[in-house]
Design a protein around this ligand. Sequence first.
Ligand code: NCD
Length: 314
Amino acid sequence: MRHIISATDFTAEDIKRIFGRALEHKRGNGKGRLGGCVVASLFYEPSTRTRISFEMATLRGGGRIVSSEHAGIFSSAAKGETLEDTIRVIASYNPNVIVLRHKEAGAATRAAAVSSVPIINAGDGDNEHPTQALLDLFTIWEASRERRWPHASLRVSFFGDNRKSRTVRSLARLMLAMGNALGLDLGSLVFSGENLECAHPDGEFLRELENQEVVPFFLRPIREFDRNADIVYVTRFQKERYPDEGKLTDQSTEPFCVGLEHVRSLSEHAIIMHPLPRVDELSAEVDSDPRAWYFRQAENGLYVRMALLEMIIG
Ligand code: NCD
């Protein structure tokens, strides 16, 4: 039995297998392999793309789904039941896999410790979001075959909330571990954003970046938009993960919004990614620019999750 808790749970073999199969699904050549399977989806935190794409992936693959969309309210958690008890019981009904989103970091690890069926972490607090990292890396891999990036090695710029974004952490981990296996030559990772309180990784994530010797990384001054980037990965301010609903101490500056003037300063082969939802950090005027890849990125979630479910269940 195999759980997916962190982006570091994937091997190079997994990535090649998942991406190859996701490509087949994208091209419409993949026949569903989830017939007879039941996926239980348990979401304790808001979600649009992750939940719907997992459910669509299950249905498109020929499987069925049982789901608790507002598990914090509509499951027995509202009565005070522990996550461990809930998972133990749902697992005993024998779904093929449980897809779990939870507001607490470490929730997926706790669930896996008591579950008799595989757990897929669909985001746990500010910790990890491994399946988002998969679809992000798939999108980068796709771009690497379509774009002629001007630098010999890729320059990836994370712009936004790099402190509390689980998508940033998982993608950075996955790229560092798997970039080579996909033939992606990573040149540097740059972290900047609107505000000093959220622009830079800290704690364990920062130490991890410091301790790896694969790719140099740079913490840039706030509000510095990296014009040399091949990939700009924008994130929203994760206000729900800060005390006081994210009231930043520095209120003196206007919100920074990535707009056409920033995008036009990039190379024509650069791509803009965003895990979505966007709030006010990325202007809708960018959507029609050929560098805007975020809707394509979101669509890829369907194919990648189909392929992942097949691997975990199959
Ligand atoms: C992200 C998440 O939930 O972490 N969204 C997603 O899954 N596509 C990003 C976010 O909420 O900002």
